[in-house]
Design a binder for this molecule. Structure first.
Ligand code: NAD
Length: 428
């Protein structure tokens, strides 16, 4: 069996492919294949029982040619330096494709946060900042929440940083709670961002959204607002959503003969994105196996749950009606699915363009913090729409000009912008 490559090797392989297409100078490529700075450190934390536990922490700053590094901090038991390197690299490309003036970063701690008490979590968050603070800041590196970390944790981290530098500095972390320096519109941002991209793709494909049906996988933060947006912004119909059922330990697809009502389903969904099955059945919803979502008669597929869900196996069940796939999740489509899309002329909006609404609104949060002046939700969403629409057309134009697939075009736009910034700053 072929040896499996890790996430960082994959990120480097993707980059190498695009560097070749762009005929990039090998020395410039060598800079971008690797993070510019990496921090691996130990964080001692006093536990509630008085014992001392030492945690492994990381922060990787991939490239800050376009602006301060940006990216989440993950608390996960199987976190590794290579995972963090890969995610930091992808953040550089995501910020560049969205054309926000930020670079790429990512951080982590090897820990299962569910095993810690609230006070232990707080001490670990403050400990992470005590090690890293000299290399963080609104003009240096701006972390955010990610897997296993929450807005509350960002609040503690921002507080620790502010104490260490001696002044209130909310713009050093984003994803903070509303009222604690957070931005309006962050909850909707990623799902609505998916819909702004879908809207423009439909114009390009000459599809009438009011006559179109979408099938969505997932019903967490991204999928909920993608479903609401598809119905309320585009006037289309959503055939189904799906979710993991935490009680039954399996996944289900929820559909309705008239199309689902996303606001109703949201009202019976818990904070982890699990729909209350009994209430859905009572309201006339059909409940099927989790895999059924992809088989629905739909024009648009929005995988917005997990990675690798649209793959060599599942595409065989896909309805022949599908013309557009919008990647709400990170990495939901495998290379085999990409090949299938190319062969069947299915238009794909790649993840780091399609779900860039989250990081774009994080950038808006940081900007509002810096100004100490806050926008309304309408203003935030309007700015988000403008940004993502421009990003969509930059990628589409590259795709048409270079006759490449949208994913390659998105990489080309991103890498080209980072290289230009490095040249303009005289780095290369
Ligand atoms: P979430 O935890 O809020 O929701 C995940 C949803 O997926 C839940 O409804 C869960 O029940 C469902 N799910 C889990 N396993 C499933 C399965 N086997 N079958 C069907 N459904 C299943 O997560 P989220 O924030 O909505 O993120 C979803 C994806 O989008 C992830 O890949 C994430 O990395 C990516 N993403 C999120 C954001 C953001 O701002 N939230 C931004 C960029 C990318």
């Amino acid at each position: 069996m072929a040896e499996q490559i890790n996430a960082f090797q994959m990120a480097q392989a993707q980059f190498d492919g695009v560097a070749k297409l762009l005929r990039l100078d090998p020395a410039i490529a060598e800079i971008l294949r690797w993070p510019m700075r990496e921090f691996a450190f130990r964080i001692p934390v006093r536990m509630d029982d008085g014992s001392l536990r030492v945690f492994q922490g990381f922060r990787v700053q991939h490239n800050d040619a376009r602006g301060p590094n940006k990216g989440g901090i993950r608390f996960h038991p199987s976190e590794t330096l290579d995972t963090v390197r890969a995610l930091a690299t992808w953040m550089t490309w995501k910020c560049a494709v969205a054309d926000i003036p930020l670079g790429g970063g990512k951080g982590g701690v090897v820990v299962d946060p569910a095993t810690l008490s609230t006070t232990e979590k707080e001490r670990l968050c403050r400990g992470w900042v005590q090690v890293m603070w000299r290399n963080l800041g609104p003009r240096i590196d701006v972390p955010a929440p990610d897997v296993g970390t929450t807005p509350q944790m960002m609040g503690w981290m921002m507080d620790e940083y502010s104490k260490l530098v001696g002044q209130y500095t909310p713009g050093v972390f984003t994803g903070k709670p509303l009222g604690g320096g957070g931005s309006e519109g962050r909850t909707e941002a990623t799902g609505f961002g998916v819909i702004y991209c879908v809207r423009e793709a439909m114009k390009h494909l000459k599809m009438d959204p009011t006559k179109c049906v979408a099938a969505i996988q997932g019903f967490g933060n991204v999928a909920q607002y993608a479903a609401i947006g598809f119905v309320e912004i585009l006037g289309g119909k959503v055939a189904c959503v799906s979710c993991w059922d935490r009680k039954d330990k399996t996944s289900y697809t929820y559909s309705h003969k008239d199309g689902i009502n996303p606001r109703f389903l949201l009202s019976i969904t818990d904070q982890y994105g699990t729909i209350d099955k009994d209430k859905a059945v009572a309201a006339g919803y059909t409940v099927e196996d989790g895999a059924a979502w992809i088989t629905k008669e739909a024009d648009v597929l929005i995988p917005a749950a997990l990675e690798g869900q649209v793959n060599a196996e599942t595409i065989k069940q896909m309805s022949g009606r599908v013309r557009l796939v919008a990647e709400g999740a990170n990495g939901p489509c495998t290379p085999e699915a990409d090949e299938f899309f190319k062969q069947h002329n299915i238009f794909n909006i790649p993840d780091f363009l399609c779900n860039a609404g989250g990081v774009t609104t994080s950038y808006f949060e940081s900007v509002q913090n810096d100004m100490n002046f806050y926008w309304t939700k309408e203003e935030v969403l309007q700015k988000l729409d403008t940004k993502l629409t421009q990003a969509f057309y930059a990628v589409l134009e590259m795709s048409e000009k270079e006759k490449v697939y949208m994913r390659d075009a998105a990489y080309m736009v991103a890498i080209d912008r980072v290289v230009k910034a490095m040249q303009l700053r005289g780095w290369v």
